[in-house]
Design a binder for this molecule. Structure first.
Ligand SMILES: [Zn+2]
Length: 184
């Protein structure tokens, strides 16, 4: 298990705080980033110098921070299947050719500024949203209301505005990998 400073370390039994671990109100927390190691009745953190890196093929959740011409810039928020945000912020590039196998002229028909997207890393920071489960998972209308699915489009229930997107099959659903709350 990899933890970041401040993460609570879940222990089934009672453990004592070892290196890189501190206790607060009877709970154990990591004081450094690294790997959790259990040693007898002690739990310690083996410090890591780098955060586990993203690999090609990983699916991430990100936010569209810019759409210009044939590209969109997407800031990574987290890896699908992991609940916490990435420790380092990356910005990936989505090219219009990686949106769909069909012809798409305008990037604006696929993603909009501020949209939350599920995208796959194809190479370094190049992203793809080809595939049924990839694409926009959350989008807001210009009026500030959440857009809802309406056939193959997104519609604002408040002002009636209809928008085109490359919509993920997971649209409107939480996409943290099906895990429950980390505080529960
Ligand atoms: Zn609206």
């Amino acid at each position: 298990m990899f933890v970041l400073p401040g993460d609570r370390i879940r222990c089934i039994e009672e453990f004592e705080a070892g290196e890189g671990v501190y206790e607060e109100n009877g709970e154990l927390y990591a004081s450094v980033a690294g790997k959790v190691v259990f040693e007898g009745k002690r739990v310690k953190i083996e410090p890591a110098n780098k955060i586990p890196e993203l690999r090609n093929g990983d699916v991430i959740i990100g936010r569209v921070i810019d759409v210009r011409g044939s590209i969109a810039l997407i800031r990574f928020e987290r890896k699908v299947g992991q609940e916490r945000a990435l420790a380092k912020s990356f910005v990936g590039v989505l090219h219009v050719s990686n949106v769909t196998d069909e012809f798409l002229k305008n990037m604006e028909d696929a993603v909009g500024f501020g949209d939350v997207v599920k995208a796959k890393i194809v190479e370094d920071l190049k992203l793809s949203i080809k595939g049924e489960d990839l694409g926009v998972v959350k989008a807001k209308c210009k009026c500030g209301n959440d857009l809802v699915l309406d056939g193959d489009k997104l519609k604002c229930p408040k002002c009636g505005n209809v928008e085109s997107r490359k919509i993920s099959a997971d649209y409107g659903r939480c996409c943290n990998g099906g895990k429950g709350s980390r505080n529960g």
